[in-house]
Design a protein around this ligand. Structure first.
Ligand code: OOG
Ligand code: MG
Length: 255
């Protein structure tokens, strides 16, 4: 276990990398962090954002699909936090100079309609969501060349950097919806079934993570279930994610 002092130093290092858009080397190069240490650094990093006036708007899961696990070499589900500073309106512009080396992922979002106390063993997580939507997540690892270990990426708030959510619809069970991500530089196609077999399973994985990490969910927050395909570079111009039966969401990259 690392000390509270080192936890704060590492959080500051990642925060500076994000705010200055200058990458940093893997924490694992000179520190031995276990997964609890990594979540402690993530919490300290979030505290720095909240101290600047940001508000928590939701949570995100990572590595819920084999495509992402294979792309990044990490095979454990991870959880990170979203804040209002990361939110982009559907159709909105996103300034690419905010990021180091941004990538974009096609996702499905759920909306929390009831507070979730992670300590309550009776929680029915599916009853705590009332809507779903197509979403894009912008990830921007603060590590050099987007290369990291499992503990690195957890400490770095799971590369969270931005997100946009399309129109909300009532939750409808349909595990296998076609997904298409189109950017100015390429396209990725897949299915929501890539997300743990059915994105609704991401909610159960989330509840498990919330219990283990003491994360509370609040009505109105959003959940990103994890990418359905490998990520693509985020480039200038329109990026659109379309999910069959749910519609689409667009962001416009600008320089
Ligand atoms: C970590 C974040 C992964 C997802 O949807 O699987 C993630 C990364 O690849 O940088 O957000
Ligand atoms: Mg993601």
């Amino acid at each position: 276990m690392i000390t509270a002092e080192l936890t704060g130093i590492l959080a500051q290092r990642l925060d500076t990398a994000q705010t200055s858009r200058e990458d940093t080397q893997s924490l694992a190069d000179d520190h031995e962090l276990d997964i609890d240490d990594a979540y402690a650094v993530q919490a300290a990093l979030l505290a720095l954002r909240l101290a600047r006036g940001e508000r928590i708007t939701g949570v995100k899961l990572g590595f819920t699909s084999k495509a992402k696990m294979a792309q990044m070499g990490v095979s454990d589900v991870i959880v990170g936090r979203l804040t209002d500073a990361m939110r982009i309106a559907d159709g909105g512009e996103v300034d690419l100079s905010r990021f180091i080396h941004p990538k974009v992922e096609p996702e499905v979002a759920y909306r929390i309609c009831r507070d979730v106390d992670p300590a309550d063993p009776a929680t029915d997580i599916e009853a705590c969501v009332d809507a779903m939507a197509p979403a894009v997540e912008i990830i921007d690892s603060r590590y050099r060349d987007f290369r990291f270990t499992y503990t690195d990426v957890v400490a770095d708030n799971t590369s969270a950097a931005g997100y946009a959510i399309g129109p909300w619809r009532p939750v409808e069970s349909a595990p296998n919806r076609a997904v298409r991500l189109r950017t100015g530089a390429g396209e990725a196609v897949g299915s929501t079934a890539a997300i743990l077999g059915d994105p609704v399973r991401a909610l159960h994985a989330l509840l498990d993570m919330c219990r283990r990490r003491g994360i509370a969910l609040v009505a109105g927050q959003v959940v990103l279930a994890g990418a359905a395909t490998a990520a693509l570079p985020l480039v200038a111009g329109a990026t659109e994610c379309e999910v069959a039966g749910l519609g689409s969401v667009t962001v416009k990259g600008c320089r």
